[in-house]
Design a protein. Structure first.
Length: 474
């Protein structure tokens, strides 16, 4: 059988195209594996190889955009997502990525219009409604968007067996402050989640927010036991505070707070760094700020954060909360309302009995420093740090966890402290730091045995002589 030159030519092109597309798919799959295990630099190289083979390979384009966002390269990410949208204008992942890039670049109006467009053309996009809740300055729209996301997920679960939807739906219930609904969902369907560690961790979160701290601790320990080598990145993840960007974020935020009548004071690790080291600690995870309202101030930090284009509000946050975790230019900042209780200031995570809270001696806020924070006298700072970290606060302790062992913890349930020891240990192991993970477990106020762990060797890696595992037994 013979073919015309043109037909033969076309067949050749198709064969070459299919070969290149297959090569792109293999490079993409390898890139996904590398990035998931923490080897981002080599993963990026494989992504670029995939796009050389097939410039139109959209999964590679989308993953490249997400990685660029992770690397705080919003300009480049925006270019990638815009390219995808020229080819696929209704692509949910590209629209979501584009909105995040716009927001990171300070172009909030464009970010908002992007997600509003998405939920108009795809009214069942629960991810779109989540992004709308993150971006809108209107509290009513934020709460309606969160409710819409949860309702969409509930409907989808009736017909879709995707285990990822179960996880998303449970988180949506917790965000709506209905941990009871999350618990019921997980009771019925957590067995469908293939990753047992994730399923147990979701149960732990639901129980914690419901105030059932004993169950939360038990589920958190089960999530530790269920971890496998597949959960651990090949390259250790160094979680360090970018102090230069943190300083800039701090100055911007304190100006905003003072304009609204809230006096910001350094707390916890931020106070420790400024007064012990003279700077923010790069090994810290975030910036900690206490808030004292000036006389007559009625401002709620939730409103300030929600309305400011540079700040991202945590979805669980509501007006009146005593603790508010926010993001500014990728820097995590924890805001704590300081409540006067006799001769002490108290601050903590929530008003639930038994939840984490600390007490420190009452002090008078001092003049504003160069960061916009209220300065404390050396004696006042020393008294606060002694209360928070004990008499040895001047000696660095890389494994100290104030939610577990601070002398300032006040009326905190034993299971809550143990829950956070397990939670922080799990986070350390997921960053490929078993030494820190063991040290955190050793400081738990309740025993956390590892003899039932599915892969106990995960916890014994590293130089065991540095931090021997000695469970708390008193």
């Amino acid at each position: 059988m013979s073919y015309s030159p043109k037909t033969s030519d076309n067949r050749g092109r198709v064969a070459v195209t299919e070969t290149l597309s297959a090569a792109a798919g293999r490079a993409y799959a390898h890139a996904v594996h590398l990035i998931r295990t923490g080897d981002i630099s080599i993963g990026m190289r494989r992504l670029n190889e995939a796009l050389v083979c097939d410039p139109g390979h959209m999964p590679s384009r989308l993953l490249l955009g997400r990685v660029l966002l992770h690397l705080a390269q919003a300009d480049e990410a925006l270019t990638v997502f815009t390219f995808v949208l020229r080819k696929k204008p209704h692509c949910e992942s590209a629209l979501l990525g584009q909105s995040i890039a716009y927001a990171r670049l300070g172009r909030r109006d464009e970010a908002l219009e992007t997600v509003r467009h998405l939920v108009r053309i795809a009214p069942d996009s629960w991810r779109g409604f989540n992004s709308l809740a993150d971006l809108t300055p209107i509290e009513g729209e934020r709460l309606e968007a969160l409710a819409a996301s949860q309702a969409i997920l509930s409907r989808k679960l009736c017909s879709d067996r995707n285990p990822g939807l179960i996880e998303a739906a449970a988180k949506a219930c917790i965000t709506l402050r209905r941990p009871d609904l999350a618990g019921c969902l997980l009771d019925a369907r957590s067995g469908e989640i293939p990753d047992a560690a994730t399923a147990h961790d979701l149960r732990a979160r639901a129980a914690y927010f419901a105030g059932d701290y004993a169950s939360a601790f038990a589920s958190k320990v089960k999530s530790l036991h269920a971890l496998t080598p597949d959960h651990i990145p090949a390259v250790p993840i160094q979680m360090k505070l970018e102090t230069g960007r943190a300083e800039n974020a701090l100055k911007s935020l304190t100006f905003l707070l003072r304009e609204s009548g809230l006096i910001p004071v350094p707390m916890a690790g931020t106070l420790l760094g400024l007064y012990r080291n003279g700077r923010l600690l790069d090994q810290d995870r975030d910036v900690d700020i206490g808030l004292i309202p000036s006389p007559g101030c009625r401002a709620d930090p939730v409103d300030l954060v929600r309305e400011h284009p540079g700040l991202l509000l945590e979805r669980h946050a509501r007006r009146g909360d005593r603790y508010l975790p926010v993001l500014w230019d990728g820097i995590s900042i924890d805001l704590f309302r300081l409540d006067r209780a006799g001769e002490y200031f108290s601050f903590g995570f929530s008003d639930r009995p038994g939840d984490v809270q600390w007490r420190i001696p009452v002090f008078q806020s001092g003049p504003e420093d160069e960061r916009g924070l209220s300065s404390l006298s050396p004696d006042t700072a020393s008294a606060c740090l002694r209360a928070l970290y004990g008499p040895a606060w001047r000696v660095p302790d890389p494994y100290f966890a104030s939610v577990v062992q601070s002398p300032a913890l006040w009326n905190v349930a034993l299971h809550v402290r143990a829950y956070y020891a397990a939670h922080r240990a799990r986070a350390a192991l997921l960053q490929a730091d078993p030494i820190k993970a063991r040290a955190l477990l050793a400081r738990a106020p309740l025993p956390i045995p590892l003899d039932q762990a599915r892969h106990p060797d995960l916890w014994t890696a590293g130089d065991a002589s540095r931090t021997p595992f000695q469970p708390y037994t008193s």
